[in-house]
Design a binder for this molecule. Structure first.
Ligand code: NAD
Ligand code: UFG
Length: 334
């Protein structure tokens, strides 16, 4: 199949492109490199032994999109492109509503023009807000606590309305839990500029000495060791979930949401200690105040993805920590 991947130079997108190429799909990538570099494609080519067709441009640019669709007969789209920093979205909400919503609307318009009706969308566990119980099921009530999360929820609503308007559409909305890890080659991964907001990128910068110590946001939560519990999923497992979702949208119509996680809750201290153990390295930390907006625990029930997508995660927390460390060490050598 010929798959268009928006945001395919980014963290999850680049891993997904590798998996798509490995099973023989033709892949076309669009990215404006607002949060990535074109060097992703060199790494993808080295890993897969295949070249990626890519177009540098903005998904919100309708004439650019039409040009890409007119050149390639696209069977399905995976839509990763968007901004994702929660804190920045609170400071600059219009930037988030503009990029995330407009790019999605333009993409849907052009897909309809070219009669391409299959889309896999990057949603997030953030749409569950503060869940009433755990593990989280797809039919839990939805709410958000920041503009980034609201863009995800609004896009889910848009996809639901568009699906109701024309029965040709097929949408899989993948609600990711906490992706970490990197490709086992160490050639692609996540390496944000500046001070990271998320836990694993922060641990990675402490592991290389770029930052002196990890600040753990609270140890007085109602969790086994008092630190926040999340469902960390290896990015390669997540990438493979997209291949299953592509198969699903090719065979079904309508709109479905799927949780992609491991189903296991891991605390901040569990993650830190696992990282230290498998990589034989010390991660100094201090306990500081809770971060505003954080919830105590969040983990998925992934039964629906297992039953309908025939997908399940397979990589361990140890592998997530080893692969993250391998990637950051490789980056340092460059
Ligand atoms: P990322 O920032 O690494 O990748 C996104 C890519 O999209 C980047 O390469 C960026 O340059 C590109 N992009 C952004 N806006 C664009 C536009 N208008 N036109 C063209 N390209 C554009 O992020 P990621 O971690 O790979 O996340 C991918 C998707 O998954 C995002 O939609 C994100 O919101 C969602 N998601 C991520 C996480 C996470 O923790 N990483 C969790 C839940 C959901
Ligand atoms: N944490 C620290 N110190 C840090 C960073 C994080 O103690 O420096 C803690 C947090 O308090 C939380 C846990 O580590 O308990 C995980 O925090 P992250 O920031 O890595 O992840 P979140 O679960 O808060 O949020 C992330 C994304 C959201 C997304 C959500 C679910 O930032 O956009 O995962 O996918 F919605």
């Amino acid at each position: 199949m010929r798959i268009l991947v928006t945001g395919g130079a980014g963290y999850i997108g680049s891993h997904t492109v590798v998996e798509l190429l490995s099973v023989g799909h033709d892949v076309i990538v669009i990215d404006n490199f607002s949060n990535s570099k074109s060097s992703s494609f060199e790494a993808i080519s080295k890993i897969s032994g295949k070249d990626v067709i890519f177009y540098e441009g903005d998904v919100a640019d309708i004439s650019f999109l039409r040009n890409v669709f007119s050149k390639h007969s696209i069977d399905a789209v995976i839509h990763f492109a968007g901004y994702k920093a929660v804190g920045e979205s609170v400071e600059k909400p219009l930037k988030y509503y503009d990029n995330n919503l407009i790019s999605t609307i333009r993409l849907l318009e052009v897909m309809e023009e070219y009669q391409c009706y299959r889309l896999v969308f990057s949603s997030s566990a953030t749409v569950y807000g503060s869940p009433k119980s755990l593990p989280i099921l797809e039919d839990f009530s939805l709410s958000t606590t920041n503009p980034y999360g609201t863009t995800k929820l609004m896009i889910e609503t848009i996809l639901t309305d568009v699906s109701a308007s024309n029965s040709k559409w097929s949408f899989a909305m993948l609600r990711y839990f906490n992706p970490i890890g990197a490709h086992e080659s160490g050639m692609i991964g996540e390496d944000p500029n500046g001070i990271p907001n998320n836990l694993m990128p922060y641990i990675m910068k402490v592991s290389t000495g770029e930052l002196p110590d990890l600040k753990i946001f609270g140890n007085d939560y109602d969790t086994p060791d008092g630190t926040g519990v999340r469902d960390y999923i290896h990015v390669v497992d997540l990438a493979k979930g997209h291949l299953k979702a592509i198969d699903y949208v090719m065979e079904h119509v309508g709109v479905e949401a799927f949780n992609l996680g491991t189903g296991h809750g891991v605390s901040v201290l569990d993650l830190v200690h696992t990282f230290e153990r498998v990589n034989h390295i010390s991660i100094p930390y201090t306990i500081v105040e809770r971060r505003s907006g954080d919830i105590a625990s969040c983990y998925a029930d992934c039964t629906k993805a297992h039953e309908k997508l025939h997908w399940t995660s397979s990589k361990t927390l140890e592998e997530m920590c080893e692969d993250s460390y391998r990637y950051v060490i490789n980056q340092k050598k460059k």
